[in-house]
Design a protein around this ligand. Sequence first.
Ligand code: FUL
Length: 623
Amino acid sequence: MKKTIFSLALGLLMVSCASQSKEEYYEKHVEFPADATIEQKVDMVSRLVPTAQQLEWQQMEFTAFLHFGMNTFTGNEWGHGTDSPELFNPTELDCEQWVKALKDGGFKMALITAKHHDGFCLWQTATTEYSVKNSPWKDGKGDVVRELRDACEKYGMKFGVYLSPWDRNAPSYGDSPAYNKFFIDQLTELLSNYGEVHEVWFDGACAEGPNGKKQEYDWTAILAKIRELQPKAVTAIMGDDVRWVGNEGGLGRETEWSATVIPPGSYTHKKAAKEALGLEEMSKDLGSRALVAQAQEAYWYPSEVDVSIRPGWFYHAEQDGQVRSLANLVNIYYRSVGCNSVLLLNIPPDRRGLIHEIDVQRIKELSDYINKTFAENYVENGNEAWSAQVGESKEYTVKAGAMVNTFLIQEDITKGQRVEDFLVEVYSNGAWQYATEGTTIGYKRLLRFSDCQPEKVRVTIRGSRAVANISNVGLYYAEPLQDKGARVRLSDVKTSEWKAVGMEEASVAFDGNPATAWKAEGLTALVVDMGKEEAVAGFCYAPVASEDLTGTIYKYNFYVSADGQTWEKCNANGEFSNIMHNPVPYFVRFGRTYNARYFKLEPVSEINAAQKTTIGEIGILVK
Ligand code: FUL
Protein backbone atom coordinates (compact mmCIF):
# COMPACT_ATOMS: atom_id res chain seq x y z
CA MET A 1 0.00 0.00 0.00
CA LYS A 2 2.75 2.38 1.04
CA LYS A 3 4.54 1.56 -2.18
CA THR A 4 1.43 2.38 -4.25
CA ILE A 5 0.97 5.75 -2.53
CA PHE A 6 4.65 6.53 -3.04
CA SER A 7 4.56 5.71 -6.77
CA LEU A 8 1.35 7.70 -7.21
CA ALA A 9 2.98 10.72 -5.57
CA LEU A 10 6.02 10.32 -7.77
CA GLY A 11 3.83 10.10 -10.85
CA LEU A 12 2.03 13.34 -9.94
CA LEU A 13 5.32 15.04 -9.32
CA MET A 14 6.49 13.99 -12.75
CA VAL A 15 3.28 15.21 -14.36
CA SER A 16 3.57 18.54 -12.63
CA CYS A 17 7.26 18.78 -13.56
CA ALA A 18 6.37 17.98 -17.12
CA SER A 19 3.64 20.62 -17.26
CA GLN A 20 5.88 23.10 -15.52
CA SER A 21 8.68 22.42 -17.97
CA LYS A 22 6.16 23.03 -20.79
CA GLU A 23 5.95 26.63 -19.64
CA GLU A 24 9.69 27.00 -19.44
CA TYR A 25 11.26 28.96 -22.29
CA TYR A 26 14.85 29.32 -23.41
CA GLU A 27 15.81 32.80 -24.45
CA LYS A 28 18.04 32.88 -27.53
CA HIS A 29 20.06 29.75 -26.78
CA VAL A 30 19.52 26.22 -25.57
CA GLU A 31 22.07 23.51 -24.97
CA PHE A 32 20.84 19.93 -25.10
CA PRO A 33 21.76 17.50 -22.32
CA ALA A 34 24.28 14.95 -23.64
CA ASP A 35 21.79 12.11 -23.36
CA ALA A 36 18.75 14.01 -24.73
CA THR A 37 16.51 12.02 -27.05
CA ILE A 38 15.32 13.53 -30.33
CA GLU A 39 11.88 14.09 -28.77
CA GLN A 40 13.43 15.99 -25.87
CA LYS A 41 15.56 18.08 -28.22
CA VAL A 42 12.59 18.95 -30.44
CA ASP A 43 10.58 19.88 -27.36
CA MET A 44 13.38 22.15 -26.12
CA VAL A 45 13.78 23.79 -29.55
CA SER A 46 10.04 24.46 -29.61
CA ARG A 47 10.48 26.55 -26.45
CA LEU A 48 13.33 28.70 -27.75
CA VAL A 49 12.20 32.33 -27.82
CA PRO A 50 13.60 35.69 -28.97
CA THR A 51 15.11 38.27 -26.66
CA ALA A 52 13.22 41.54 -26.25
CA GLN A 53 15.55 43.18 -28.82
CA GLN A 54 15.09 40.37 -31.33
CA LEU A 55 11.32 40.58 -30.96
CA GLU A 56 11.25 44.34 -31.46
CA TRP A 57 13.50 43.98 -34.48
CA GLN A 58 11.31 41.25 -36.03
CA GLN A 59 8.20 43.38 -35.60
CA MET A 60 9.73 46.14 -37.70
CA GLU A 61 9.45 43.83 -40.76
CA PHE A 62 10.59 46.47 -43.21
CA THR A 63 13.93 48.25 -42.83
CA ALA A 64 16.17 50.29 -45.11
CA PHE A 65 19.87 50.04 -45.88
CA LEU A 66 21.72 53.15 -47.06
CA HIS A 67 25.00 52.42 -48.82
CA PHE A 68 26.74 55.75 -49.14
CA GLY A 69 30.42 56.67 -48.97
CA MET A 70 33.59 56.89 -51.01
CA ASN A 71 32.30 54.30 -53.51
CA THR A 72 29.42 56.63 -54.38
CA PHE A 73 32.00 59.01 -55.81
CA THR A 74 34.43 56.55 -57.40
CA GLY A 75 31.90 54.19 -58.97
CA ASN A 76 33.30 51.19 -57.10
CA GLU A 77 31.48 48.57 -55.10
CA TRP A 78 34.53 47.76 -52.98
CA GLY A 79 37.05 50.58 -52.70
CA HIS A 80 40.70 49.80 -51.97
CA GLY A 81 41.05 52.35 -49.21
CA THR A 82 43.40 54.42 -51.34
CA ASP A 83 41.01 56.96 -52.86
CA SER A 84 41.56 60.53 -51.76
CA PRO A 85 39.08 61.99 -49.23
CA GLU A 86 38.99 64.94 -51.67
CA LEU A 87 36.63 62.86 -53.82
CA PHE A 88 33.91 62.77 -51.19
CA ASN A 89 31.84 65.84 -51.97
CA PRO A 90 28.05 65.51 -52.12
CA THR A 91 26.62 68.72 -53.52
CA GLU A 92 23.16 68.70 -51.92
CA LEU A 93 23.30 66.17 -49.11
CA ASP A 94 19.97 66.13 -47.31
CA CYS A 95 19.34 63.32 -44.85
CA GLU A 96 15.84 64.64 -44.21
CA GLN A 97 15.06 63.91 -47.85
CA TRP A 98 16.27 60.32 -47.29
CA VAL A 99 14.27 59.79 -44.13
CA LYS A 100 11.10 61.40 -45.49
CA ALA A 101 11.29 59.12 -48.52
CA LEU A 102 11.83 56.09 -46.30
CA LYS A 103 9.02 57.10 -43.98
CA ASP A 104 6.66 57.47 -46.96
CA GLY A 105 7.94 54.11 -48.13
CA GLY A 106 6.83 52.46 -44.87
CA PHE A 107 10.33 51.71 -43.53
CA LYS A 108 10.83 51.47 -39.79
CA MET A 109 14.59 51.83 -39.59
CA ALA A 110 17.44 53.41 -41.57
CA LEU A 111 20.80 51.67 -41.40
CA ILE A 112 23.81 53.54 -42.80
CA THR A 113 27.24 52.34 -43.94
CA ALA A 114 29.15 54.46 -41.45
CA LYS A 115 32.28 52.73 -42.77
CA HIS A 116 32.47 50.33 -45.72
CA HIS A 117 35.40 48.07 -46.62
CA ASP A 118 37.47 51.03 -47.90
CA GLY A 119 37.70 52.34 -44.33
CA PHE A 120 36.36 55.83 -45.14
CA CYS A 121 34.35 57.08 -42.14
CA LEU A 122 31.20 59.14 -42.60
CA TRP A 123 31.42 60.63 -39.13
CA GLN A 124 33.84 62.90 -37.26
CA THR A 125 36.10 60.27 -35.80
CA ALA A 126 39.25 60.57 -33.75
CA THR A 127 40.38 57.10 -34.85
CA THR A 128 41.59 57.86 -38.39
CA GLU A 129 42.28 60.67 -40.81
CA TYR A 130 40.42 58.77 -43.52
CA SER A 131 37.05 60.42 -42.99
CA VAL A 132 34.70 63.26 -43.88
CA LYS A 133 36.97 65.50 -41.82
CA ASN A 134 39.48 65.56 -44.67
CA SER A 135 36.94 65.95 -47.44
CA PRO A 136 35.86 69.22 -49.06
CA TRP A 137 32.25 68.55 -48.03
CA LYS A 138 31.20 71.29 -45.59
CA ASP A 139 34.90 72.21 -45.31
CA GLY A 140 35.56 69.01 -43.44
CA LYS A 141 33.03 69.91 -40.72
CA GLY A 142 30.21 67.67 -41.92
CA ASP A 143 29.02 64.46 -40.26
CA VAL A 144 26.69 62.24 -42.28
CA VAL A 145 25.97 59.94 -39.35
CA ARG A 146 24.90 62.93 -37.22
CA GLU A 147 22.69 64.37 -39.97
CA LEU A 148 21.00 61.03 -40.52
CA ARG A 149 20.56 60.49 -36.79
CA ASP A 150 18.93 63.91 -36.42
CA ALA A 151 16.61 63.29 -39.36
CA CYS A 152 15.61 59.90 -37.88
CA GLU A 153 14.86 61.59 -34.58
CA LYS A 154 12.73 64.21 -36.30
CA TYR A 155 10.66 61.73 -38.33
CA GLY A 156 10.41 58.94 -35.75
CA MET A 157 12.58 56.41 -37.57
CA LYS A 158 14.82 53.87 -35.88
CA PHE A 159 18.50 54.11 -36.63
CA GLY A 160 21.20 51.52 -37.27
CA VAL A 161 24.86 51.45 -38.27
CA TYR A 162 26.97 49.29 -40.55
CA LEU A 163 30.61 49.27 -39.54
CA SER A 164 32.71 47.10 -41.81
CA PRO A 165 35.09 44.87 -39.88
CA TRP A 166 37.21 44.52 -43.02
CA ASP A 167 39.14 47.77 -43.45
CA ARG A 168 41.38 48.22 -46.48
CA ASN A 169 42.74 51.54 -45.23
CA ALA A 170 43.58 51.04 -41.56
CA PRO A 171 47.33 50.38 -41.20
CA SER A 172 46.61 48.24 -38.12
CA TYR A 173 44.30 45.87 -40.02
CA GLY A 174 45.79 42.39 -39.63
CA ASP A 175 47.71 43.32 -36.48
CA SER A 176 44.91 41.77 -34.52
CA PRO A 177 45.08 43.35 -31.02
CA ALA A 178 45.80 46.81 -32.44
CA TYR A 179 42.98 46.65 -34.98
CA ASN A 180 40.54 45.23 -32.42
CA LYS A 181 41.22 48.26 -30.25
CA PHE A 182 40.83 50.61 -33.23
CA PHE A 183 37.56 48.91 -34.22
CA ILE A 184 36.14 49.03 -30.69
CA ASP A 185 37.13 52.71 -30.47
CA GLN A 186 35.19 53.37 -33.68
CA LEU A 187 32.20 51.47 -32.33
CA THR A 188 32.40 53.34 -29.05
CA GLU A 189 32.18 56.66 -30.88
CA LEU A 190 29.22 55.53 -32.95
CA LEU A 191 27.38 53.99 -30.04
CA SER A 192 28.03 56.78 -27.56
CA ASN A 193 27.53 59.96 -29.54
CA TYR A 194 24.50 59.33 -31.73
CA GLY A 195 21.61 58.45 -29.43
CA GLU A 196 19.76 55.17 -29.59
CA VAL A 197 20.97 52.58 -32.09
CA HIS A 198 18.72 49.63 -32.94
CA GLU A 199 20.92 47.50 -35.17
CA VAL A 200 24.66 47.12 -35.55
CA TRP A 201 25.62 45.40 -38.80
CA PHE A 202 28.93 43.64 -39.29
CA ASP A 203 29.52 42.35 -42.74
CA GLY A 204 31.32 39.04 -43.13
CA ALA A 205 33.15 39.97 -46.34
CA CYS A 206 36.90 39.92 -46.42
CA ALA A 207 38.68 39.29 -49.66
CA GLU A 208 42.26 39.89 -48.67
CA GLY A 209 43.19 36.65 -50.45
CA PRO A 210 45.70 33.99 -49.44
CA ASN A 211 48.61 36.43 -49.11
CA GLY A 212 46.62 39.22 -47.55
CA LYS A 213 46.38 40.34 -43.96
CA LYS A 214 44.49 38.03 -41.65
CA GLN A 215 42.64 39.74 -38.83
CA GLU A 216 41.48 37.73 -35.80
CA TYR A 217 38.54 39.69 -34.46
CA ASP A 218 37.80 39.79 -30.74
CA TRP A 219 34.08 39.30 -31.15
CA THR A 220 33.50 38.68 -27.46
CA ALA A 221 34.85 42.12 -26.58
CA ILE A 222 33.10 43.73 -29.55
CA LEU A 223 29.68 42.31 -28.66
CA ALA A 224 30.19 43.11 -24.98
CA LYS A 225 30.82 46.74 -25.90
CA ILE A 226 27.57 46.89 -27.86
CA ARG A 227 25.58 45.37 -24.99
CA GLU A 228 27.15 47.90 -22.64
CA LEU A 229 26.52 50.97 -24.79
CA GLN A 230 23.34 50.08 -26.68
CA PRO A 231 21.39 47.40 -24.85
CA LYS A 232 18.44 47.77 -27.24
CA ALA A 233 20.47 47.07 -30.36
CA VAL A 234 20.53 43.77 -32.21
CA THR A 235 23.82 42.70 -33.76
CA ALA A 236 23.62 41.38 -37.29
CA ILE A 237 25.53 38.96 -39.52
CA MET A 238 28.88 38.77 -37.68
CA GLY A 239 26.91 39.59 -34.53
CA ASP A 240 24.75 37.11 -32.68
CA ASP A 241 21.12 38.27 -32.93
CA VAL A 242 20.32 38.46 -36.64
CA ARG A 243 21.30 35.92 -39.31
CA TRP A 244 22.16 36.64 -42.95
CA VAL A 245 19.60 34.79 -45.10
CA GLY A 246 22.44 33.51 -47.28
CA ASN A 247 22.03 35.48 -50.53
CA GLU A 248 21.80 39.09 -51.69
CA GLY A 249 19.03 38.44 -54.18
CA GLY A 250 16.04 38.97 -51.88
CA LEU A 251 15.21 35.29 -51.59
CA GLY A 252 14.03 34.00 -48.24
CA ARG A 253 13.52 30.29 -47.65
CA GLU A 254 10.18 28.55 -48.01
CA THR A 255 11.05 26.73 -44.79
CA GLU A 256 12.63 29.27 -42.48
CA TRP A 257 13.39 28.36 -38.88
CA SER A 258 14.22 31.22 -36.53
CA ALA A 259 14.98 28.46 -34.04
CA THR A 260 18.02 27.10 -35.83
CA VAL A 261 21.01 24.89 -35.16
CA ILE A 262 23.49 27.15 -37.01
CA PRO A 263 25.56 29.12 -34.50
CA PRO A 264 25.82 32.90 -34.83
CA GLY A 265 28.45 34.38 -37.12
CA SER A 266 30.78 35.62 -34.43
CA TYR A 267 31.01 32.52 -32.23
CA THR A 268 34.39 30.83 -32.24
CA HIS A 269 32.97 27.32 -32.43
CA LYS A 270 30.79 28.24 -35.41
CA LYS A 271 33.11 26.75 -38.03
CA ALA A 272 33.41 23.39 -36.27
CA ALA A 273 29.68 23.23 -35.52
CA LYS A 274 28.81 24.07 -39.13
CA GLU A 275 31.18 21.42 -40.42
CA ALA A 276 29.84 18.81 -38.03
CA LEU A 277 26.29 19.50 -39.25
CA GLY A 278 27.28 19.97 -42.90
CA LEU A 279 25.82 23.49 -42.94
CA GLU A 280 26.48 26.76 -44.73
CA GLU A 281 24.68 30.09 -44.37
CA MET A 282 23.12 29.31 -47.75
CA SER A 283 21.90 25.82 -46.81
CA LYS A 284 18.24 25.26 -47.56
CA ASP A 285 17.58 23.58 -44.23
CA LEU A 286 18.85 25.15 -41.02
CA GLY A 287 16.42 23.74 -38.51
CA SER A 288 14.66 20.49 -39.44
CA ARG A 289 14.15 17.66 -36.95
CA ALA A 290 16.92 15.71 -38.67
CA LEU A 291 19.37 18.54 -37.96
CA VAL A 292 18.08 19.08 -34.43
CA ALA A 293 18.69 15.36 -33.79
CA GLN A 294 22.37 15.77 -34.68
CA ALA A 295 22.91 19.12 -32.94
CA GLN A 296 24.13 19.82 -29.42
CA GLU A 297 22.52 23.22 -29.14
CA ALA A 298 20.15 25.61 -30.90
CA TYR A 299 19.69 29.37 -31.17
CA TRP A 300 16.95 31.88 -31.74
CA TYR A 301 18.73 33.41 -34.69
CA PRO A 302 16.22 34.84 -37.18
CA SER A 303 16.82 35.65 -40.81
CA GLU A 304 17.32 39.03 -42.42
CA VAL A 305 17.01 39.44 -46.20
CA ASP A 306 19.38 42.16 -47.43
CA VAL A 307 18.98 43.15 -51.04
CA SER A 308 19.55 46.26 -53.11
CA ILE A 309 16.90 48.10 -55.11
CA ARG A 310 19.59 48.42 -57.83
CA PRO A 311 22.16 45.90 -59.12
CA GLY A 312 24.90 47.50 -57.01
CA TRP A 313 24.91 48.30 -53.31
CA PHE A 314 26.23 51.79 -54.04
CA TYR A 315 24.67 54.33 -56.38
CA HIS A 316 25.94 54.25 -59.96
CA ALA A 317 24.24 56.62 -62.41
CA GLU A 318 24.41 54.06 -65.21
CA GLN A 319 22.08 51.84 -63.17
CA ASP A 320 19.26 54.40 -63.14
CA GLY A 321 17.48 52.27 -65.73
CA GLN A 322 17.86 49.14 -63.62
CA VAL A 323 15.95 50.03 -60.48
CA ARG A 324 13.89 46.98 -59.53
CA SER A 325 10.32 47.06 -60.79
CA LEU A 326 7.35 47.19 -58.44
CA ALA A 327 6.46 43.58 -59.30
CA ASN A 328 10.00 42.49 -58.49
CA LEU A 329 9.97 44.33 -55.15
CA VAL A 330 6.58 42.91 -54.26
CA ASN A 331 7.99 39.42 -54.90
CA ILE A 332 10.89 40.25 -52.63
CA TYR A 333 8.41 41.36 -49.97
CA TYR A 334 6.65 37.99 -50.14
CA ARG A 335 9.99 36.15 -50.10
CA SER A 336 11.27 38.08 -47.09
CA VAL A 337 8.61 39.48 -44.77
CA GLY A 338 6.31 36.72 -46.05
CA CYS A 339 8.93 34.06 -45.29
CA ASN A 340 9.56 34.76 -41.62
CA SER A 341 12.34 37.29 -42.25
CA VAL A 342 12.97 41.00 -41.91
CA LEU A 343 13.55 42.83 -45.17
CA LEU A 344 16.57 45.16 -45.30
CA LEU A 345 16.16 46.91 -48.63
CA ASN A 346 19.08 49.02 -49.82
CA ILE A 347 18.29 52.40 -51.36
CA PRO A 348 21.65 54.06 -52.06
CA PRO A 349 21.85 57.88 -52.05
CA ASP A 350 23.47 59.39 -55.14
CA ARG A 351 26.39 61.78 -55.66
CA ARG A 352 24.22 64.78 -54.85
CA GLY A 353 23.58 63.18 -51.47
CA LEU A 354 19.93 62.55 -52.28
CA ILE A 355 17.89 59.42 -52.85
CA HIS A 356 17.33 59.42 -56.56
CA GLU A 357 13.84 60.39 -57.81
CA ILE A 358 13.33 56.99 -59.46
CA ASP A 359 14.03 55.15 -56.22
CA VAL A 360 11.86 57.55 -54.19
CA GLN A 361 8.97 56.88 -56.52
CA ARG A 362 9.52 53.10 -56.53
CA ILE A 363 9.55 52.74 -52.75
CA LYS A 364 6.41 54.88 -52.53
CA GLU A 365 4.72 52.61 -55.08
CA LEU A 366 5.80 49.61 -53.02
CA SER A 367 4.42 50.97 -49.80
CA ASP A 368 1.17 52.07 -51.47
CA TYR A 369 0.79 48.58 -52.91
CA ILE A 370 1.45 46.86 -49.58
CA ASN A 371 -0.80 49.24 -47.66
CA LYS A 372 -3.59 48.75 -50.14
CA THR A 373 -3.23 44.96 -50.17
CA PHE A 374 -3.20 44.58 -46.40
CA ALA A 375 -5.66 47.37 -45.56
CA GLU A 376 -8.53 45.05 -44.80
CA ASN A 377 -8.43 41.54 -43.42
CA TYR A 378 -11.39 39.68 -44.91
CA VAL A 379 -11.23 36.96 -42.24
CA GLU A 380 -13.53 37.58 -39.28
CA ASN A 381 -11.85 37.32 -35.89
CA GLY A 382 -8.59 36.27 -37.50
CA ASN A 383 -6.63 37.69 -34.60
CA GLU A 384 -8.23 35.48 -31.94
CA ALA A 385 -5.46 33.43 -30.32
CA TRP A 386 -5.68 29.74 -31.28
CA SER A 387 -3.73 26.99 -29.49
CA ALA A 388 -3.75 24.13 -31.96
CA GLN A 389 -2.80 20.51 -31.41
CA VAL A 390 -1.38 18.61 -34.37
CA GLY A 391 -4.21 17.58 -36.68
CA GLU A 392 -6.56 20.28 -35.41
CA SER A 393 -8.37 22.62 -37.78
CA LYS A 394 -10.10 25.93 -37.31
CA GLU A 395 -12.72 27.48 -39.54
CA TYR A 396 -13.07 31.21 -39.99
CA THR A 397 -15.86 33.14 -41.65
CA VAL A 398 -14.85 35.28 -44.60
CA LYS A 399 -16.54 38.65 -45.06
CA ALA A 400 -19.36 38.27 -47.58
CA GLY A 401 -18.42 38.75 -51.21
CA ALA A 402 -14.72 39.32 -50.61
CA MET A 403 -12.39 38.37 -53.43
CA VAL A 404 -9.11 37.02 -51.99
CA ASN A 405 -5.81 35.59 -53.21
CA THR A 406 -3.34 36.09 -50.36
CA PHE A 407 -3.17 34.18 -47.10
CA LEU A 408 -1.43 35.43 -43.96
CA ILE A 409 -0.67 33.46 -40.82
CA GLN A 410 1.41 34.27 -37.74
CA GLU A 411 2.68 32.37 -34.75
CA ASP A 412 3.04 33.99 -31.35
CA ILE A 413 6.83 33.72 -31.34
CA THR A 414 7.05 34.79 -27.71
CA LYS A 415 6.10 31.14 -27.18
CA GLY A 416 8.52 29.82 -29.77
CA GLN A 417 8.37 28.73 -33.40
CA ARG A 418 6.66 25.38 -33.78
CA VAL A 419 4.57 24.77 -36.89
CA GLU A 420 6.13 22.44 -39.46
CA ASP A 421 3.26 21.81 -41.85
CA PHE A 422 -0.12 23.44 -42.46
CA LEU A 423 -2.94 23.34 -44.98
CA VAL A 424 -5.36 26.07 -46.06
CA GLU A 425 -8.73 25.27 -47.65
CA VAL A 426 -11.53 27.54 -48.79
CA TYR A 427 -15.24 26.84 -48.78
CA SER A 428 -17.52 27.96 -51.57
CA ASN A 429 -20.48 26.50 -53.45
CA GLY A 430 -21.00 23.91 -50.73
CA ALA A 431 -17.55 22.32 -50.89
CA TRP A 432 -14.07 22.65 -49.42
CA GLN A 433 -11.23 23.15 -51.82
CA TYR A 434 -7.48 23.26 -51.50
CA ALA A 435 -6.12 26.83 -51.49
CA THR A 436 -2.50 26.57 -50.41
CA GLU A 437 -0.16 24.93 -47.90
CA GLY A 438 3.11 25.65 -46.19
CA THR A 439 5.77 24.34 -43.86
CA THR A 440 7.10 26.82 -41.32
CA ILE A 441 5.22 29.94 -40.18
CA GLY A 442 7.21 31.78 -37.51
CA TYR A 443 6.58 35.48 -37.11
CA LYS A 444 4.77 35.80 -40.44
CA ARG A 445 4.01 33.68 -43.50
CA LEU A 446 2.35 34.99 -46.66
CA LEU A 447 1.14 32.70 -49.41
CA ARG A 448 -0.48 33.55 -52.72
CA PHE A 449 -3.11 31.50 -54.53
CA SER A 450 -5.70 31.95 -57.29
CA ASP A 451 -8.44 34.56 -56.91
CA CYS A 452 -11.56 33.20 -55.21
CA GLN A 453 -14.61 34.37 -53.22
CA PRO A 454 -14.96 31.88 -50.37
CA GLU A 455 -17.51 31.91 -47.55
CA LYS A 456 -15.09 30.30 -45.12
CA VAL A 457 -11.45 29.41 -44.75
CA ARG A 458 -10.12 26.42 -42.83
CA VAL A 459 -6.61 26.09 -41.47
CA THR A 460 -5.24 22.69 -40.42
CA ILE A 461 -2.04 22.33 -38.46
CA ARG A 462 -0.68 19.10 -39.93
CA GLY A 463 2.66 19.16 -38.16
CA SER A 464 3.98 21.02 -35.14
CA ARG A 465 6.72 20.56 -32.54
CA ALA A 466 4.33 21.30 -29.67
CA VAL A 467 0.99 23.08 -29.30
CA ALA A 468 0.96 25.71 -32.06
CA ASN A 469 0.21 29.25 -30.88
CA ILE A 470 -1.43 30.92 -33.85
CA SER A 471 -1.90 34.63 -33.23
CA ASN A 472 -3.30 35.83 -36.54
CA VAL A 473 -4.91 34.54 -39.71
CA GLY A 474 -5.81 36.73 -42.66
CA LEU A 475 -7.08 36.79 -46.21
CA TYR A 476 -6.39 39.68 -48.56
CA TYR A 477 -6.61 40.64 -52.17
CA ALA A 478 -3.41 41.61 -53.99
CA GLU A 479 -3.86 43.18 -57.38
CA PRO A 480 -1.96 41.42 -60.16
CA LEU A 481 1.20 43.12 -61.32
CA GLN A 482 3.14 42.76 -64.50
CA ASP A 483 6.89 42.88 -64.34
CA LYS A 484 7.73 45.75 -66.62
CA GLY A 485 11.39 45.57 -65.57
CA ALA A 486 13.53 46.37 -68.59
CA ARG A 487 15.83 43.61 -69.77
CA VAL A 488 19.36 44.79 -69.19
CA ARG A 489 21.47 45.27 -72.29
CA LEU A 490 24.82 43.62 -71.75
CA SER A 491 26.60 44.85 -74.88
CA ASP A 492 26.42 48.15 -76.75
CA VAL A 493 27.73 46.53 -79.91
CA LYS A 494 26.26 43.62 -81.83
CA THR A 495 27.91 40.35 -80.92
CA SER A 496 26.57 38.18 -83.76
CA GLU A 497 29.71 38.58 -85.92
CA TRP A 498 32.16 38.00 -83.05
CA LYS A 499 34.48 35.00 -83.00
CA ALA A 500 36.16 33.41 -80.00
CA VAL A 501 39.77 33.04 -81.08
CA GLY A 502 40.93 29.42 -80.96
CA MET A 503 37.87 28.20 -79.05
CA GLU A 504 34.73 28.05 -81.11
CA GLU A 505 32.70 26.62 -78.23
CA ALA A 506 33.31 29.83 -76.26
CA SER A 507 30.88 31.71 -78.49
CA VAL A 508 28.11 30.88 -75.96
CA ALA A 509 29.72 33.61 -73.87
CA PHE A 510 28.32 36.19 -76.28
CA ASP A 511 25.21 34.54 -77.68
CA GLY A 512 22.97 37.15 -76.07
CA ASN A 513 21.56 34.57 -73.67
CA PRO A 514 22.83 34.86 -70.08
CA ALA A 515 21.26 31.46 -69.33
CA THR A 516 23.92 29.69 -71.40
CA ALA A 517 27.48 29.86 -70.12
CA TRP A 518 30.96 29.08 -71.36
CA LYS A 519 32.77 26.83 -68.90
CA ALA A 520 36.48 26.13 -69.09
CA GLU A 521 39.00 24.24 -67.00
CA GLY A 522 41.76 26.36 -65.46
CA LEU A 523 41.89 30.14 -65.35
CA THR A 524 41.39 30.44 -69.08
CA ALA A 525 41.45 33.74 -70.93
CA LEU A 526 38.77 34.47 -73.51
CA VAL A 527 40.00 36.21 -76.66
CA VAL A 528 37.39 37.67 -78.98
CA ASP A 529 37.72 39.01 -82.50
CA MET A 530 34.92 41.53 -82.95
CA GLY A 531 35.39 41.53 -86.75
CA LYS A 532 35.84 45.31 -86.91
CA GLU A 533 37.27 48.14 -84.90
CA GLU A 534 35.18 49.49 -82.02
CA ALA A 535 35.69 52.40 -79.62
CA VAL A 536 35.90 50.24 -76.51
CA ALA A 537 34.98 52.22 -73.41
CA GLY A 538 34.32 49.31 -71.09
CA PHE A 539 32.91 45.83 -70.90
CA CYS A 540 30.25 43.81 -69.14
CA TYR A 541 30.79 40.46 -67.45
CA ALA A 542 27.73 38.47 -66.40
CA PRO A 543 28.36 35.42 -64.23
CA VAL A 544 26.64 32.13 -64.91
CA ALA A 545 22.89 32.31 -64.19
CA SER A 546 22.80 29.35 -61.83
CA GLU A 547 23.06 28.54 -58.13
CA ASP A 548 26.43 26.93 -58.80
CA LEU A 549 28.79 29.84 -59.32
CA THR A 550 31.91 27.72 -59.83
CA GLY A 551 34.26 29.39 -62.28
CA THR A 552 32.98 32.91 -61.59
CA ILE A 553 35.85 35.32 -62.05
CA TYR A 554 36.82 37.47 -59.06
CA LYS A 555 40.05 39.23 -60.17
CA TYR A 556 40.86 39.82 -63.80
CA ASN A 557 42.85 41.75 -66.39
CA PHE A 558 41.28 43.14 -69.51
CA TYR A 559 43.24 43.83 -72.69
CA VAL A 560 42.53 45.18 -76.16
CA SER A 561 44.41 44.82 -79.41
CA ALA A 562 44.22 46.08 -82.99
CA ASP A 563 45.69 42.92 -84.54
CA GLY A 564 45.30 40.15 -81.97
CA GLN A 565 49.10 40.12 -81.46
CA THR A 566 50.06 43.21 -79.47
CA TRP A 567 47.95 43.78 -76.38
CA GLU A 568 47.30 46.86 -74.30
CA LYS A 569 46.08 46.47 -70.72
CA CYS A 570 42.98 48.57 -70.08
CA ASN A 571 42.47 50.92 -67.23
CA ALA A 572 40.14 48.78 -65.07
CA ASN A 573 39.65 48.13 -61.40
CA GLY A 574 40.65 44.46 -61.84
CA GLU A 575 38.11 42.99 -59.44
CA PHE A 576 34.44 42.12 -59.65
CA SER A 577 34.00 43.14 -56.02
CA ASN A 578 31.34 41.21 -54.11
CA ILE A 579 30.35 39.09 -57.14
CA MET A 580 30.40 35.99 -54.91
CA HIS A 581 27.45 37.36 -52.93
CA ASN A 582 25.80 39.47 -55.57
CA PRO A 583 26.17 37.59 -58.87
CA VAL A 584 24.72 40.26 -61.17
CA PRO A 585 26.21 41.56 -64.46
CA TYR A 586 29.19 43.83 -63.75
CA PHE A 587 29.67 46.86 -66.00
CA VAL A 588 33.28 48.06 -66.03
CA ARG A 589 34.08 51.45 -67.56
CA PHE A 590 37.62 52.53 -68.32
CA GLY A 591 37.12 56.30 -68.22
CA ARG A 592 38.54 56.51 -71.77
CA THR A 593 38.15 54.67 -75.07
CA TYR A 594 40.49 52.26 -76.81
CA ASN A 595 40.12 51.68 -80.55
CA ALA A 596 40.44 47.96 -80.94
CA ARG A 597 39.18 44.96 -82.88
CA TYR A 598 40.19 42.29 -80.34
CA PHE A 599 39.68 42.03 -76.61
CA LYS A 600 40.85 39.58 -73.99
CA LEU A 601 39.37 38.87 -70.55
CA GLU A 602 42.00 37.16 -68.47
CA PRO A 603 40.89 35.67 -65.12
CA VAL A 604 43.42 36.11 -62.32
CA SER A 605 41.40 34.39 -59.61
CA GLU A 606 38.11 32.60 -59.16
CA ILE A 607 35.70 33.48 -56.31
CA ASN A 608 36.68 30.39 -54.32
CA ALA A 609 40.19 30.02 -55.71
CA ALA A 610 39.07 27.17 -58.01
CA GLN A 611 40.95 26.55 -61.25
CA LYS A 612 37.91 27.01 -63.45
CA THR A 613 36.40 29.79 -65.55
CA THR A 614 32.80 30.49 -66.45
CA ILE A 615 31.32 33.37 -68.40
CA GLY A 616 27.57 33.71 -68.59
CA GLU A 617 27.79 36.61 -71.00
CA ILE A 618 30.34 39.19 -72.06
CA GLY A 619 29.66 42.47 -73.84
CA ILE A 620 31.46 45.63 -74.92
CA LEU A 621 30.48 49.15 -73.86
CA VAL A 622 31.20 51.98 -76.24
CA LYS A 623 29.95 55.01 -74.35
C1 FUL B 1 28.36 42.57 -48.70
C2 FUL B 1 29.38 43.67 -48.89
O1 FUL B 1 30.60 43.18 -49.35
C3 FUL B 1 28.67 44.57 -49.85
O2 FUL B 1 29.51 45.57 -50.35
C4 FUL B 1 27.46 45.14 -49.15
O3 FUL B 1 27.86 46.01 -48.13
C5 FUL B 1 26.58 44.03 -48.62
C6 FUL B 1 25.44 44.48 -47.78
O4 FUL B 1 27.32 43.10 -47.90
O5 FUL B 1 28.81 41.39 -48.30
